[in-house]
Ligand binder design. Structure first.
Ligand code: LLP
Length: 443
């Protein structure tokens, strides 16, 4: 059985999460429903904090809110002592509306607009992660106009690219993000930033990929960044105070996935930092990381109701659920794999292999291929695991399907964190231009 966090099966054979029977959640909140195991999110946050505390280094764990940006999640991040990484005015607004302390917000992005930068300046956020030369000038000018000096990190592409199981040391140059270390752009960027009087350069940022199962790539990135820190100190006289190593720590979506415990990723990074910087006789920098997926991914479960099915003898049996690529586009986008079970008959033995389709009008709208299940009937509940990251965050209204509700469950209580969209929400931003209105047509 593939269960995470507080999930278990009760005497009635129903899946429970956070002490809540999901058949009751389906009745109360409807399906599809995103269910978040709050205790597991807090546990993951605590694992990061504890692992950094063990290193003795100064640190910030910035939750990458792109994975799942809703106000309730920002509140939990704040309560757990995390910082927050945002990438747009929408993510920034969500954080600020949730009361997240601005000084712990870091603003990322390769094309921040002047309006977004001004909004972040107005809020006095803690740090901008500057991505390119255009942004350096723009941020400096906008900060000057507000009479402010702002903290920045420069995003560098260290020449290490992770493909979950292996690393390429050169391929990264061709990236839309950041200043390249190999071709000198990173050094030029720092030299330029030092001439801009409204920017305070704290250090550099590097992110090598996502859903990574090994520590080797992080070690390689630390080696490169440490070498760069030494060069910059001797050539430009700047000592980095902060090194941000991004996110990318993997999670277990399916049986075969083999992520490491959070403490191992953090331990590898902090050890590599201490070794490299001590060897270079360099003051130990503060370390920041930006986990997204590993903070919320396995805490999320999506609950669907099974509707129709189609059996093609000798070929495949499809069962269709009341959601699909609108609430989870990852299988269609990345061929991502998920585990699932029949949540109202969780102890029933598997009887057949089915493929789980969504209800959108396209053949690519599949959630799981070849899943072993008891014979699912209309009205059964299907729980798909590990949907906490990049599901709600990437949900759409394709086919004008309404986005599901999100509930946070903990110790037997279930609380709404996002309401299910209404049909009114679907048309509320639509405008019929006057010249198309019936009265106009009648003329
Ligand atoms: N920091 C930076 C600069 C990033 O670009 C990302 C992810 C993170 C942190 C967080 O990475 P994580 O810990 O979540 O791996 N939509 C894709 C994932 C895109 C990740 C983009 N950047 C998916 O559904 O798999």
């Amino acid at each position: 059985m593939f269960l995470h966090g507080t999930s278990s099966i009760n005497e009635q054979g129903h899946l429970t999460i956070g002490g809540c029977d999901v058949t009751n959640l389906a009745q109360e909140f409807g399906t599809p429903l995103y269910i978040v195991d709050e205790a597991l999110v807090r546990q993951r946050a605590g694992e990061y904090v504890k692992a950094f505390q063990a290193s003795g280094l100064k640190f910030q764990v910035a939750y990458a809110s792109k994975a799942f940006s809703v106000m309730a999640m920002c509140v939990i991040a704040e309560q757990e002592g995390l910082s927050l990484d945002v990438v747009s005015d929408g993510e920034l607004y969500t954080a600020l509306q949730a009361g997240f302390p601005a000084e712990r917000i870091h603003f990322h992005g390769n094309n921040k607009t002047p309006d977004e930068i001004n909004m972040a300046l107005d809020a006095n956020i803690g740090c901008f992660v500057v991505d390119n030369f255009v942004e350096l000038d723009l941020l400096n000018a906008l900060a000057a106009a507000q009479g402010k000096k702002v903290n920045i990190l420069l995003r560098i592409t260290p020449g290490v690219e992770a493909h979950t199981h292996d690393y390429i040391s050169t391929g990264q140059q061709d990236s839309k993000f950041g200043f390249d270390l190999g071709n000198g752009a990173a050094k030029q960027a720092i030299a330029k930033a030092l001439t801009l009087s409204n920017l305070e350069v704290l250090g550099v940022h590097s992110h090598i990929g996502s859903q990574i199962f090994e520590v080797e790539g992080f070690r390689m990135a630390v080696d490169k960044v440490a070498g760069f820190a030494v060069d910059i100190r001797s050539e430009l006289g700047l000592t980095f105070k902060v090194i941000n190593l991004g996110g990318g720590f993997g999670i277990r979506y399916v049986e075969g996935d083999t992520p490491l415990p959070i403490s191992e990723y953090v331990g590898a990074i902090t050890n590599a930092i201490i070794t490299n910087f001590k060897a270079a006789d360099f003051p130990l920098p503060e370390i920041w990381v930006e986990p997204g997926r590993s903070m919320v991914g396995d805490a999320g479960t999506t609950l669907y109701t099974v509707g129709t099915n189609k059996n093609i003898p000798g070929v495949r049996k499809y069962i269709a659920v009341d959601g699909g690529m609108t609430d989870n586009p990852r299988p269609a986008l990345y061929q991502s794999r998920y585990e699932a079970l029949l949540a109202n008959r969780a102890n029933d033995p598997a009887e057949e292999t089915v493929s789980v389709a969504g209800k959108c009008c396209e053949s690519g709208d599949m959630l799981i291929w070849d899943l072993e299940l008891p014979k699912a009937e209309s009205g059964d509940l299907l729980a798909v695991f590990c949907t906490g990251a990049y599901n709600y965050a990437m949900a759409s209204n394709y086919n004008r399907i309404r986005r599901p509700a999100v509930v946070f469950v903990k110790d037997g209580s279930a609380d709404l964190a996002v309401k299910r969209e209404s049909l009114h929400n679907i048309v509320e931003n639509d405008v019929i231009p006057a010249r198309l209105a019936k009265s106009a047509l009648a003329k």
